[in-house]
Design a protein around this ligand. Structure first.
Ligand code: MSP
Length: 518
């Protein structure tokens, strides 16, 4: 396949606009952003989608509680998610809102396609519903809670609902779904989530209520507007809306659907890995290629919740520690897929140890030595020996390894590989001691500093997806043109630093975080 034909459509979940964004939302989108940036630099045509989930009872209730009209309320809260994308430097290509006309059209079209194929019928729903999860639950999934209430597995309260409803014939999809999982072993990751989904489906599926009649805030069912589409059917459809559905002949749709990856949190795997492929197959639309479910963050050991008052605000985090530091921490601290704990101590430790002391210090000491000892010019490389060349060359292998890790959503392992070279380069500085060579062997000093500067250039190219701003500053300090920062060019022979090029005075990249008295 030629590089021009490689495409990748990556999506975040669309966020409920009942409340302001918090670290959990920032995390899911960050992972997608790193993936999108990495693949663009690697020659892919990427489409990165995020957006907001604006219908349903949960949002309707939040608007009512705020004394606001739902449309105006969702306009305002949705904007906060757009602002977050700017703050976090997400490179999304589109931002979808489920209240947009393009999406209403798409939902109704999908509904009609499923119905025309005989998979939707009218009935009456009598059962448990959780507004917080926007999910239906069977009796045996619930446990007793306080005041004789029943509680969903997520801890959310449920209420009894009885109303006319359309149903999707999910019970008939068990075998087809199991066959689909079997034929597509990479469809759900990590493995633990895959096992969970397979056993859920093996236990048998019940038909799913896909419309509600007791409230209005949603997409009307075609030809029966007393019914509002179930908010998850509405929400999941965003992924094809943004790919141009129902224009299935459009270049956009043909290029990007089926999506390469839906990134989600572990709480919403069932919707994405069971309901969504069933809806799509029922409509005759190809299912996405992969769903990756990441873990959840706690705050200093506690579950994050509004009622506990311990919600972590990404804006405050970025103000306090710096954007690239936060981006790095979130993806480096915890193996992607596992749960993680946010703590001030861990954040400061990571930032100071890995960024200020290791990566930042490497850049600063090498560029300062070049500034002082090589007349602020890229050093000569005539005296490079095999060891120097091999040292630079190890980054070719690191690019390959990082590529594999990122493709598998192993962001922590990609960063590990990067950190290994940073550590090796710091050792190289100490071993080669270029400062002692200035008088004894200036040509050798230049070769050592050239080796290090060239390694730093490659490290900065590789860290761009994770820490775009800091990496750009390092590349600027090496006067690397913007046009030579993608992987194919940056790792090609023509991009190597050119001896004699004048360099600006170095500036520290990652400041040490120092505790200030309250
Ligand atoms: N609206 C639905 C998704 C519809 S997608 C078709 C929804 N929205 S949400 O706003 O509640 O959550 C969005 C994402 O944030 C989920 O992937 C969820 O897992 C993630 N997180 C919410 N809290 C989290 C943590 N404490 N930690 C990590 N991620 C968490 O679900």
């Amino acid at each position: 396949m030629s590089s021009a034909t490689r495409t990748y459509y990556v999506t975040t979940p669309i966020y409920y606009v009942n409340d302001s964004p918090h670290i959990g939302h920032a995390y899911t989108s960050l992972a997608c952003d790193v993936l999108a940036r990495f693949l663009r630099l690697d020659g892919y045509k990427v489409h990165f989608l995020t957006g907001t989930d604006e219908h349903g009872q949960k949002v309707e209730k939040a608007a009512a509680a705020a004394g606001r009209d739902p449309k105006l309320f969702t306009d305002e809260v949705s904007q906060r998610f757009r602002d977050l994308a700017v703050l976090m430097d997400y490179s999304n290509d589109d931002f979808i809102r489920t209240t947009e006309p393009r999406h209403i059209t798409s939902c109704q079209h999908l509904w009609n396609a499923i119905k025309a194929n005989g998979h939707i019928y009218l009935g009456k729903y009598a059962g448990w519903y959780s507004v917080r999860d926007e999910a239906f639950y069977a009796e045996d999934e619930l446990r007793p809670g306080p005041n004789n209430q029943k509680i969903a597995p997520s801890g959310a309260p449920v209420e009894w609902v009885e109303e006319p409803s359309y149903f999707f014939d999910l019970s008939k999809w068990q075998d087809r779904l199991l066959k689909f999982y079997d034929e597509n072993p990479d469809f759900i990751a990590p493995e633990s989530r895959r096992n969970e989904v397979v056993s859920f489906v093996k236990n048998g599926l019940q038909d799913l209520s896909v419309s509600r009649t007791s409230f209005k805030w949603g997409v009307p069912v075609p030809n029966d507007p007393a019914h509002i589409m179930y908010v998850w059917l509405d929400a999941l459809t965003n992924y094809i809306t943004a790919a141009g559905y129902p224009e299935t002949d459009s270049p956009m749709y043909r290029t990007f659907w089926p999506a390469a990856l839906h990134m989600v949190g572990k709480d919403i795997v069932r919707f994405h890995a069971v309901y969504w492929p069933a809806f799509l197959m029922a409509a005759g639309v190809a299912p996405p290629r992969r769903v990756f479910a990441h873990g959840w963050w706690t705050n200093e050991g506690q579950k994050i919740s509004k009622s506990l008052g311990n919600v972590i605000d990404p804006i405050q985090l970025v103000e306090k520690y710096g954007l690239d530091q936060v981006r790095y921490f979130l993806l480096r601290e915890v193996p992607f897929g596992n749960d993680g704990d946010f703590s001030h101590t861990a954040m400061v430790r990571r930032s100071n140890a890995d960024l200020a002391n290791d990566y930042g210090n490497l850049v600063q000491r090498v560029l300062s030595m070049i500034n002082r000892n090589c007349a602020a010019k890229v050093p000569a490389n005539g005296a490079l020996n095999d060891k120097d060349r091999a040292f630079i060359g190890q980054t070719d292998v690191v690019l390959r390894d990082m590529r594999t890790h990122v493709q598998r959503q192993e962001f922590h392992l990609a960063l590990d590989r990067h950190a290994e070279v940073v550590a090796a380069a710091n050792r190289y500085v100490d071993e080669q001691a270029p400062w002692t060579l200035k008088k004894t062997d200036p040509a050798r000093m230049e070769a050592v500093l050239y080796t290090l500067a060239e390694t730093i250039r490659r490290l900065a190219v590789l860290s761009q997806p994770f820490m775009p701003r800091a990496s750009a500053r390092i590349l600027d300090q090496l006067t690397v043109p913007a046009s030579t920062r993608d992987f194919a060019i940056a790792f090609g022979p023509a991009a190597a630093l050119s001896p004699g090029t004048e360099l600006p005075a170095p500036n520290p990249i990652f400041p040490r975080y120092v505790e200030t008295a309250a």
